[in-house]
Ligand binder design. Structure first.
Ligand code: NAP
Length: 280
């Protein structure tokens, strides 16, 4: 019988995480023994983070996912970053390779895979995207779209955050806008074939909020990808569907990034249908 895989997730808070269900389903679907535990670590607890990473280094844990607020905090404790994690500047998956701790990022590939699955028509020209927000998730989205040849515009409420992101990821191909620009009367959303929400606006319990300005209507030629998955249908997505747009939330991305991390740790590519069934 194969030995068990001990896997887990660190971040803070972790109370509503769907990852244990997804990874339990992956273990079962792949016929592997193991467990997936939550390791909540307070944002200021560097010692706690160091102690947890030491457990991965000793081989007590075979794989660790990382979420807010530690995607960048873990980097100083690692020996290597994969080229993707290096380019994005954030880590969501950690594993041990020949006694070295390696940081990887599956959010970017997870986003692009789910975008291709759910909104394949947006891959036809003009492939022009507006990304709302400039935090960790936006970094992965921007990286994956630019690497796939898209034109991208990044809109943030703090322009310096967007500029900082642009200066570290493919500087020249990224346009920048402020949230204030989006609220101006001349704001033109019709030139975008895709709008991605990478802000928490609309997340439970604030379910009536939308990241788009009040009163705006988006043309049905623009598709919406909302990274949020709680609630399952956000205000942005229900508005977009009412306008006749194609629109999806981010549960598929969550499943894809988990499946890609699971494959890195175990070598097994889990069937997405089993993972989806575990959380639907
Ligand atoms: P983050 O690093 O905290 O970044 C959030 C971004 O949204 C920042 O640019 C932030 O600006 C902006 N923002 C927050 N409140 C805003 C407001 N009221 N108006 C305008 N902008 C605002 O978070 P993240 O890791 O990027 O995650 C963003 C969201 O994506 C989260 O809600 C998360 O659940 C979701 N997500 C989903 C997946 C998935 O697999 N589906 C993966 C990752 C993340 P400031 O810095 O100025 O606050």
């Amino acid at each position: 019988m194969n030995s068990p895989f001990h896997l887990g997730l660190t971040g803070h808070p972790l109370g509503h995480s769907l990852s244990p269900k997804i990874h339990a389903a992956a273990l079962k679907a792949c016929g592997l023994r193991g467990d997936y535990s939550l390791f909540p670590i307070h944002p200021d607890d560097r010692q706690g983070l160091a102690a947890l990473l030491a457990r991965v280094r000793r081989g007590e844990l075979h794989g660790l996912n990382v979420t807010i607020p530690h995607k960048q905090n873990v980097i100083p404790f690692l020996d290597e970053l994969t080229p993707t994690a290096q380019a994005i500047g954030a880590v969501n998956t950690i594993y041990r390779h020949e006694s070295k701790l390696v940081g990887h990022n599956t959010d970017a590939a997870g986003f692009l895979a789910d975008l291709k699955r759910t909104l394949p028509s947006v891959f036809r020209p003009p492939r022009s995207a507006l990304i709302l927000g400039a935090g960790g998730a936006a970094r992965s989205v921007v990286y994956s779209l630019l690497a796939d040849g898209w034109n991208a515009t990044l809109a943030a409420r703090r322009i310096e955050q967007a500029e900082q992101l642009a200066s570290t990821i493919f500087n020249t191909q990224l346009s920048i806008a402020s949230f204030a620009d989006l609220h101006s009367a001349s704001a033109d959303f019709s030139r975008f074939s895709l709008i991605v929400n990478a802000t928490p606006l609309g997340m439970s319990p604030d379910v009536e909020r939308s990241p788009l300005p009040k009163g705006v209507m988006i043309s049905s030629t623009t598709a919406i990808y909302d990274l949020l998955y709680n609630p399952r249908q956000t205000r942005l997505v229900s508005d977009a569907l009412a306008w006749g747009c194609l629109a999806v939330t981010g549960l598929g991305m969550l499943i894809e990034q988990a499946a890609l991390a699971f494959e890195v740790w175990t070598g097994c590519n889990p069937p997405r249908v089993s993972l989806r069934a575990a959380v639907e």
